[in-house]
Write a protein that binds this ligand. Structure first.
Ligand code: A2P
Length: 275
């Protein structure tokens, strides 16, 4: 997995990483992370909310893969937002992950209460080089515009739900115009898109699975993608997407699978402060 995206901070981020949400069991987690590393994954996406930073840190350390070859993302959870508590919680994340520096730190969900204070703490962590790049997650256009009023540093990444049933075309367009990289969580629509007939037909043409076609759609659309699976064979399958390429027409056909009820996760403005 060699594709990278140049972020507005100047950092090159792997375009295809591994999501570790729901990995909390040590044995299953080891099998998953070992298979991900064997399959070529070097970027790992965790969060304080997942309560697995210590496990992920331990498993990555035990793998023996040099730290410099890994790209680690984590996110500040909403109850920890605010200036002081962000700084403190990131100190804990660094300890749990057993690293000196986080590659990408994200605000997990926009918070009404601590909107600017959390970002000020992020800018301090960036200046102190405790994090290499800062960004946001689940921010819509109006959140990004509000943040821009007081931000000295522009977010490098916005990680949000994107998949063929929820393509977020308007938001992705805005991000592109503003030099912010789009990153997809639940890139497979939590499995919901895997049975799509149109995508199945395209997959059949290439002798690939629907998941592999969807991952290619993300990659060819310029989106950073972090599929997750706890099934070793699927982890290897999801990494194996570099021996075929979708046509522009196929990309457009998949774009058109977007539907008004495609969202699987929460609406950002309706997320309670405690999530
Ligand atoms: P599992 O972990 O049991 O392998 P998303 O990243 O969109 O949230 O989707 C994650 C879900 O998709 C998980 O339930 C995962 O199941 C499943 N999944 C991931 N990769 C594949 C694949 N290649 N084929 C089928 N299901 C997959």
């Amino acid at each position: 997995i060699k594709d990278t995206v140049r972020l507005n901070s100047g950092l090159d981020m792997p375009q295809h990483g591994f999501g570790v949400y729901l990995i909390t069991d040590e044995d299953r987690g080891r099998a998953a992370i070992d298979r991900a590393l064997e399959s070529g994954y070097r970027a790992f996406d965790t969060a304080q909310f997942y309560e697995n930073e210590a496990l992920v840190g331990q498993l990555l350390k035990e793998s023996g893969v040099p730290r410099k070859d890994l790209f680690i993302t984590t996110k500040v959870t909403n109850p920890k937002q605010g200036y002081d508590s962000t700084l403190k919680s990131v100190e804990q994340s660094l300890k749990d992950l057993q690293i000196e520096q986080i590659d990408l730190l994200l605000i997990h969900w926009p918070s009404k209460k601590h909107f600017f204070e959390t970002w000020k703490a992020f800018e301090k962590l960036y200046d102190e080089k405790l994090v290499r790049t800062i960004g946001v997650s689940n921010f819509e256009i109006h959140h990004l515009e509000k943040l821009a009023i007081k931000a000295n540093i522009k977010p490098a990444v916005d990680q949000m739900e994107i998949h063929p049933y929820f393509t977020q075309a308007a938001l992705r367009d805005y991000l592109k115009k503003n030099g912010i990289a789009a990153e997809a969580w639940s890139p497979l629509g939590r499995g919901a898109v895997l049975g799509d007939e149109t995508i199945g037909k395209i997959a059949g043409k290439y002798g690939k699975s629907a998941a592999q076609v969807i991952i290619r759609w993300h990659l060819q659309s310029g989106t950073i993608v972090i599929p997750k699976s706890q099934t070793p064979s699927r982890i290897a399958q999801n990494a194996n997407v570099y021996d075929f390429s979708l046509t522009d027409d196929e990309i457009k056909t998949i774009d058109a699978r977007d539907r008004s009820d495609g969202r699987t996760g929460p609406v950002p403005d309706k997320v309670y402060e405690e999530i």
